[in-house]
Design a protein around this ligand. Sequence first.
Ligand SMILES: O=P(O)(O)OC[C@H]1O[C@H](OP(=O)(O)OP(=O)(O)O)[C@H](O)[C@@H]1O
Ligand SMILES: O=c1cc[nH]c(=O)[nH]1
Ligand SMILES: [Mg+2]
Length: 218
Amino acid sequence: MTRDELLNAYPDIFVIDHPFVKHKLTSLRDKNTNTREFRMLVEELGTLIGYEATRDLETEDATVETPLETTLSPMLKGKKLCIVTIMRAGNGLAEGVLKLSPSARVGHVGMYRDPETKQPVEYYLKMPHSVDERTIIVVDPMLATGNSAIAAIDKMKEMGAKDIRFICLFAAPEGIEAFKKSHPDVPMYVGAIDRELDEHAYIRPGVGDAGDRIYGTR
Ligand SMILES: O=P(O)(O)OC[C@H]1O[C@H](OP(=O)(O)OP(=O)(O)O)[C@H](O)[C@@H]1O
Ligand SMILES: O=c1cc[nH]c(=O)[nH]1
Ligand SMILES: [Mg+2]
């Protein structure tokens, strides 16, 4: 499916086309952006996209005493947040989302993509308790084939999660289609939908290997 067909077919795919987001995504694409800048930009984008991805969280009025009077004013209510990072590259994004809600719990799913099969290999899993009672925000900068995100969300659902949303910075149309076939109930908050996957299943034009660029490996 093309980008427009995907957006028409799935109204819960949100492309965050704010000028700050666009500008920072372009800086990430630049091969001359160094490790320090890359890591900072990923974190900033985590905050900006996380802000949109939590727009529908419920609030309720609380009584508060200002220096002048007592008033009712809204505060977050309801389910607790859990941010789930797909390591490694998700960690930088998770830090940015955590800025919005520093007391959120954090889950870690360690996965790397086998270069031959393009299937994710899981090497770590640690989640907080009561996953079923939380709003789960799964984060990974890259959605290429979609296999890693699909597998991570499979895990969340096996553990009882019911309220899940997904944030990424760059997505390939192929990955979005696969993701939505597997998890039609999970809204997606995306920085940019890129053109295609190449023969190594890298996103084009993309940013290259996000994990390597965040951590300066390779
Ligand atoms: O949609 P997919 O085809 O599954 O590809 C995307 C995955 O690949 C990257 O991780 P990578 O395997 O490079 O691990 P890393 O984060 O440790 O670099 C990226 O951060 C995603 O997790
Ligand atoms: O383009 C891609 C695809 C998978 N993982 C990345 O980091 N980049
Ligand atoms: Mg990588």
